[in-house]
Design a protein. Structure first.
Length: 403
């Protein structure tokens, strides 16, 4: 019987595992390390966050991204974008250094058993655990607009489906969305020789400004503080005190999680994008139908006008939805019985990331409706890992006391 089984081996799962191992818990970690980053992001992408705010978490605090880069003679500088490849390699190094063992099995079932759980894997293994931490990342939570769902294979995809965009060379590709994933995917497509377009329902594209220097006057720092999610007091609250966000009413938290730090492109991408990608703004997708060798996309503007686009392929860079209904691995009765945050599909969690089912913990994007937008970023992994493992230890201690 394991004290804790961690399902998922991305930044959140690995950080939780590092803290759990250091605490001496009997631990099992299941999943492919850094799978989303290794398998679902094209070469040539960069982190949007600064290197100093992109660390995985271990109790010593020594296994940082800058420490990894320094050991290999790589730059990790404020204001200089970090490649996804370097960050992925850092995550793999962290797993080797801080986590005893990661078992690359796919979890197919999490079922309650007594006051614990049993976890089933694709390989047929059955694993008993007193506690489970679901750190499943974003891939189960992919959001595709409903008009695209019925298209035949080959005509439509999600931005996370692609680790290589070179196959689109010479093709006309339309990207739906206005966030970093949409804009960077379109820029990379254009650089691969595709004819790329971006269509979005927003009225305009938003671009982040270059980061301010870390060394500033006290007055400027007080007016516009640095934090893990950028600069400014709202971002500081989201990133530095997510425990305070959790104390807000559920509907308020759900709204913050859905709207704060909305879609925007990184400052370093703007020139590359604007030099090679045309855009259509204010377009709401209403239909998508096969047409010839491609697809016809039909849109409606705010004033009711209708437009259409003929394209060979459409990529939905439309993000991810934190919704428990998207976790088929969870026993249906268990999933149905979990309390949700009002106005969202995310689980209602206590201060230690534990759900209404004792012993079932969550991490990552699914916790954004409880703890706010920092849970959408790597930066939130440290806060999560410390609190969650504290919750596991507390539950184990209570169980021992009862026994």
């Amino acid at each position: 019987m394991y004290d804790l089984v961690v399902v998922g081996a991305g930044p959140y799962g690995l950080s939780i595992a590092a803290h759990a191992a250091a605490a001496g818990l009997r631990l099992r970690v299941l999943g492919r390390p850094m799978a989303s980053w290794r398998d679902h992001m094209p070469a040539g992408m960069f982190l949007k966050s600064e290197p100093w705010s992109s660390n995985l978490s271990d109790p010593s605090g020594d296994r940082t991204l800058s420490a990894y880069c320094a050991s290999r003679g790589l730059p990790a500088e404020h204001g200089s974008p970090m490649s996804i490849g370097t960050f992925t390699d850092y995550g793999m190094w962290f797993a080797d250094q801080a986590v005893p063992r990661v078992d690359e099995q796919t979890v197919t079932a999490v079922r309650p058993r007594g006051d614990g759980f049993v976890i089933g894997t694709e390989d047929g293994e059955t694993i008993p655990a007193r506690n489970v931490a679901l750190a499943v990342g974003v891939m189960p939570l992919v959001h595709v607009p409903e008009p695209l769902e019925g298209l035949p294979d080959g005509l439509a995809s999600h931005s996370s489906d692609h680790s290589d965009l070179s196959g689109f060379k010479g093709k006309d590709v339309t990207v739906i969305g206005a966030g970093q994933a949409a804009l960077e995917t379109a820029a990379l497509l254009a650089e691969e020789g595709a004819t790329a377009h971006v269509v979005a329902r927003a009225d305009r594209l938003n671009w982040n400004t270059p980061p301010q220097p870390l060394d500033r006057s006290l007055v400027r720092s007080l007016r516009d503080p640095h934090c893990g999610l950028g600069t400014g007091w709202p971002s500081w609250v989201w990133s530095e005190i997510p425990w305070a966000v959790r104390r807000l009413p559920g509907s308020t938290r759900a709204r913050i999680a859905a709207t704060a730090l909305g879609p925007a492109g990184a400052w370093w991408l703007r020139e590359r994008f604007e030099s090679g990608v045309p855009v259509m703004m204010g377009q709401r997708l209403r239909a998508a139908v096969p047409s010839g060798a491609g697809v016809r996309l039909e849109f409606t503007t705010a004033d009711g006008a209708r437009t259409s686009v003929e394209t060979e392929h459409v990529i939905a860079a439309t993000g991810f939805t934190p919704d428990l209904a998207r976790l088929p691995m969870l026993d249906p009765a268990l999933r149905a019985g979990l309390r949700r945050v009002a106005g969202s599909g995310g689980p209602e969690l206590n201060a230690r990331f534990e759900s209404s089912r004792p012993g079932l913990f969550f991490a990552g994007l699914l916790t954004a409706p409880s703890f706010g937008p920092s849970m959408r970023f790597v930066y939130g992994s440290g806060f999560t890992a410390k609190r969650l493992v504290r919750g596991v230890r507390r539950r184990l201690g209570s169980r021992t006391a009862r026994a």
